[in-house]
Design a protein around this ligand. Structure first.
Ligand code: IMP
Ligand code: MG
Length: 192
């Protein structure tokens, strides 16, 4: 294993690692540029509103670290962790809070910072749960919106990228807790 290295394959960047073939979907430069734009939008919209950024561990840790430095107004932070039962690649829709917020959000302007919306069930649950705590307002910022059929309305106001229905890793996202530290967003194409 050891170091990971890219190969060029018909103009595409491919990483062979852990017997997996991982293709780059969004490279570092594109991620950085889009995260900056989202930060600028939030900066504009939330001037004088002192929002609290609520991030969901662990998948969002890199996204929130990057976007918060592109938001040029005072913000505070709080973190939640949720687990959804089921196997590693398919969300079951049953969500359980494993770590709750530290602070009250009553009468606060909340921005949920999410890594990815897949079935939308985690986000739905979160919004409902936080709404019951009487914040002034809740909006959602999600880096990735997966192209899957959903019954629920799309609650994302600040969206980074629409992506195809593939299982993606990197930039905080994992497969069985691995690959979160890839600086790019990739997808596992096949087992070698
Ligand atoms: P949802 O409830 O189906 O929208 O799933 C949301 C959660 O599942 C995300 O916050 C991720 O933690 C995880 N997830 C969904 N799709 C992917 C993926 O493609 N790669 C890695 N994690 C994913
Ligand atoms: Mg996960």
């Amino acid at each position: 294993m050891g170091l990971y290295k890219f190969k060029k394959n018909n103009g595409e960047k491919v990483l062979i690692y852990d017997n997996m073939k991982i293709k780059v979907l969004i490279d570092e430069k594109k991620l950085r540029r889009r995260v900056r734009e989202l930060g600028q939008e939030i900066t504009r919209d939330y001037k004088d509103r002192d929002p609290v950024l609520v991030s969901v561990l662990r998948g969002s840790f890199i996204f929130i670290a990057d976007i918060c430095r592109e938001i040029k107004i005072p913000v505070t932070f709080d973190f939640m962790a949720v687990s959804s039962y089921g196997n590693s690649k398919v969300s079951s829709g049953i969500v359980r809070i494993t770590k709750d917020l530290e602070f009250s959000i009553e009468n606060k302007e909340v921005i949920i910072i999410e890594d990815i919306v897949d079935s939308g069930r985690t986000l739905n649950y979160l919004v409902k749960n936080l709404q019951a705590r009487n914040p002034k307002n809740i909006e959602v910022c999600a880096l990735l919106d997966k192209d899957v059929p959903r019954k629920t309305e799309n609650k994302v106001k600040y969206k980074g990228f629409d992506i195809p229905n593939k299982f993606v890793v990197g930039y905080g996202l994992d497969f069985e807790e691995k690959y979160r530290n890839f600086p790019f967003l990739g997808y596992i194409e096949n087992k070698q």
